[in-house]
Write a protein that binds this ligand. Structure first.
Ligand SMILES: Cc1cc2nc3c(=O)[nH]c(=O)nc-3n(C[C@H](O)[C@H](O)[C@H](O)COP(=O)(O)OP(=O)(O)OC[C@H]3O[C@@H](n4cnc5c(N)ncnc54)[C@H](O)[C@@H]3O)c2cc1C
Length: 375
């Protein structure tokens, strides 16, 4: 089948590779003049790396991806360990620079299949219309155009993404500046009142990525991502453990993102046009699953075509909706103010509660999105 993919982010490119490998005739259209990702890290969990390994990208991921030994949850002020769960999965859990992941995906697609500088503005059946006048018709059209998806709006009408009451500061720090901290190779998440802080190695351990999430009532800036001051991040993490503050201080620059999501949709497809990734199921990043689910979507879609989209939705919607809800729930759990609820949470963590353990999420991490027909 001929398939047009709108959007050349992680979701669109991963879908294109899955669809090409399944023998379809695929073209990707990206509005930007070049493929690019934000200068930050991404966790590629085992359910996503399984798909990418199946697509022949194991070597490319291993080249720069860092495999953490454990998932380490800590208390915000004294750094006490709340839970330290070793990560052991049949396929690796990688922590990578986003640009490296995007480059690995792009390298698996013939260059003449990626069309840059084309912004989709209209959809007529399965014909895509672009701002520059180009029109292209396919058997199937896939909207992988992100949280502010045009395809979604054209299919289902306008509905604004909702501000979740959280912003995320992100930065990448050269690891050599943090050598004195002797950081362990784990995914560390520090939980405190109204905020949390995540850091991990990327780029073959040459850099440390951090994400600092802070609750705030409103987002008043014009754009939904903006440059920010290191001093603002330090002020937001005043009184936090010295390790957190030293990692923040070591950054040269930081950007702040307003975190938006949407409630799960009842369906994603109209006729032979469908959605995937953030266009279909944007979620808070508090399960580190947005990109992973986008990668799964493409694998399942490729396994199911040319069958109807009903099956794609039946398989994908319950899983991604569950993760949208769990991600939103983690906002409360991560950000509990010190007090009885926080003490209950910490007791559960100390007891190694299954609900909190990385390896208790077999349904999430041991899932094979490409094996949908076997199921
Ligand atoms: C702070 C933070 C941390 C995160 N951490 C993780 C993590 O560790 N692990 C994880 O799995 N996920 C993580 N996520 C989520 C993840 O980043 C997203 O879910 C993922 O990038 C979505 O990919 P996508 O391809 O669906 O959308 P996008 O990455 O938004 O790509 C959409 C593409 O479509 C293009 N486009 C848009 N409109 C048009 C148009 N009209 N015509 C043509 N092209 C268009 C855009 O230019 C863009 O290139 C995190 C998110 C945040 C905010």
């Amino acid at each position: 089948m001929t398939v047009g993919v709108i959007g050349g982010g992680i979701g669109g490119l991963a879908a294109a590779v899955s669809l090409l490998r399944a023998g379809h005739d695929v073209h990707v259209y990206e509005q930007s003049p070049r493929l690019s990702e934000v200068g930050a890290g991404v966790q590629v969990s085992p359910n996503a790396s399984r798909v990418l390994h199946g697509l022949g990208l194991a070597d490319a991921l291993a080249e720069t991806g860092v495999q953490p030994l454990a998932w380490h949850q800590r208390r915000w002020d004294d750094g006490r360990t709340l839970l330290r769960a070793p990560i052991a999965a049949p396929t690796p859990h990688y922590q990578m620079h986003r640009a490296d992941l995007l480059a690995a995906l792009a390298a698996a697609i013939p260059p003449d299949r990626i069309h840059l500088g084309h912004r989709l503005v209209g959809v007529d059946g399965t014909e895509a219309r672009f701002a520059d006048g180009l029109r292209a018709r396919f058997d199937v059209l896939v909207g992988a155009d992100g949280i502010h998806s045009t395809v979604r709006r054209l299919l289902f009408g306008p509905d604004a993404a909702r501000f979740t009451g959280c912003v995320a500061y992100r930065a990448v720090v050269p690891a050599e500046r943090l050598r004195h901290l002797d950081l362990e190779v784990t995914a560390q998440i520090w939980m405190g009142p109204g905020r949390h802080f995540v850091h991990y190695f990327i780029s073959g351990r040459r850099s440390v990525n951090f994400v600092a999430v802070v609750e705030q009532d409103r987002w008043t800036r014009e754009s939904w991502t903006d440059r920010a001051e290191i001093a603002d991040v330090l002020a937001a993490f005043d009184g936090w453990h010295p390790q957190v503050r030293e990692i923040i201080s070591a950054a040269d620059e930081t950007y702040v993102w307003a975190l938006f999501d949407r409630p799960p949709m009842p369906r994603w497809s109209v006729g032979r046009v469908t959605l995937l990734g953030d266009a279909a199921h944007p979620m808070l990043p508090f399960m580190a699953q947005g990109a992973a689910q986008a990668i799964e979507d493409g694998a399942t879609l490729a396994a199911l075509l040319p069958d109807a989209f009903d099956r794609y939705e039946q398989v994908r919607l319950p899983r991604t909706s569950r993760l949208q809800e769990m991600s939103a729930g983690n906002k409360t759990r991560f950000h509990l103010p010190d007090g009885p609820a926080q003490r209950d949470r910490d007791r559960e963590l100390a007891a190694g509660s299954r609900a909190w353990s990385f390896n208790a999420l077999e349904w999430l991490y041991d899932y094979d999105a490409a094996a949908v027909l076997d199921r």
